[in-house]
Design a binder for this molecule. Structure first.
Ligand SMILES: C[S@@+](CC[C@H](N)C(=O)[O-])C[C@H]1O[C@@H](n2cnc3c(N)ncnc32)[C@H](O)[C@@H]1O
Length: 270
């Protein structure tokens, strides 16, 4: 009998060797405080490779650390990246755009509450991955759940701290394997080197987040998990329940969906 769990683990281990190599090649020492850690990016991309993802929609790029890694990955196999950010700081945004200019990335300025669903619909045929690192928390989860179509295979959210309800939800849907320390159980040499170099570099840079426990939750969505994620309805969402956000997007009322998030925060504090 085929051991599906073992097959999945070894496919992920092999993919993680490929993506660890990519990140080792120039990105570990470019990490800056606030950015997603190098190993977290390698884990997200490994999951995307296992699921055959051809387009990633990202929200929250700031100085472009995570986005540059996505762009480098995409450039190798004709994949596509769409990256959304508010770009509130014009000088910072311009520097980020210069940094990302060599890579095949569609850079969108605007609120992800408005743009995320619109751009997901515009993705070319093929499996899609989501990476959210601004907005965060429950609003990011409702936004991604609202945007989830049948083609969405991977969903990731940053800053899922231990003890938070958002992290518990990711573990409920994807098991502890939503975090790399539980998913990559027998790491290969490239992954081990990546973790060692990251530890050395980020400790010297006095990193504020834990280097032992990751905070990027990554869900692989089969049909059951996709249905569960898409259909989420929780008090923590307040007024921005995924079904309501999706309905506004489908009616062409994307601007109103941004207002819904603001109204929910003002009325209910969430
Ligand atoms: C922590 S930074 C992202 C860091 C980046 N992912 C990295 O690893 O290098 C968060 C970013 O999210 C953006 N952001 C926050 N809320 C947003 C929203 N509603 N729509 C679009 N971007 C948003 C901010 O402008 C900021 O640039």
């Amino acid at each position: 009998m085929i051991d599906v769990k073992k097959d999945t683990e070894s496919a992920l281990r092999d993919a993680a060797e490929v993506t660890a190599e990519l990140v080792l090649n120039g990105y570990v020492e470019k990490w800056v405080e606030g950015a997603i850690f190098p190993s977290e990016m390698a884990f997200f991309l490994a999951k995307c490779m296992v699921e055959g993802v051809t387009t990633v929609v990202e929200s929250g790029r700031q100085d472009g650390y995570s986005t540059e890694i996505l762009g480098d990955w995409a450039s190798r196999d004709g994949r596509r990246i769409i990256s959304i950010d508010l770009e509130d700081d014009a000088a910072r945004a311009a520097a980020c755009r210069r940094r990302l200019s060599p890579w095949p990335i569609e850079l969108i300025k605007g609120s992800a509450y408005e743009q995320f669903g619109r751009w997901t619909k515009r993705t070319p045929d093929g499996p899609v991955g989501f990476l959210a690192d601004g907005p965060k928390g429950w609003p990011a989860i409702s936004m991604m759940a609202a945007a989830t179509t049948d083609r969405v295979r991977v969903v990731a959210l940053h800053n899922l701290t231990i003890g938070s309800g958002e992290r518990a939800l990711f573990e409920q849907i994807g098991g502890k394997q939503a975090f790399y320390e539980h998913a990559i159980v027998a790491p290969g040499p490239r992954w081990t080197e990546l973790r060692n170099r990251e530890m050395n570099f980020a400790s010297a840079a006095d990193a504020q987040r834990s280097l032992d426990v990751s905070s990027l939750g990554v869900l692989s969505l089969d049909a059951d998990r996709r249905g569960m994620f898409r259909g989420l309805w929780r008090p923590e969402f307040g007024l921005h329940q995924p079904a309501a956000v999706r309905t506004l997007w489908n009616l062409g009322l994307a601007v109103a969906s941004t207002k819904l998030y603001g109204l929910s925060f003002r009325l209910l504090g969430r």
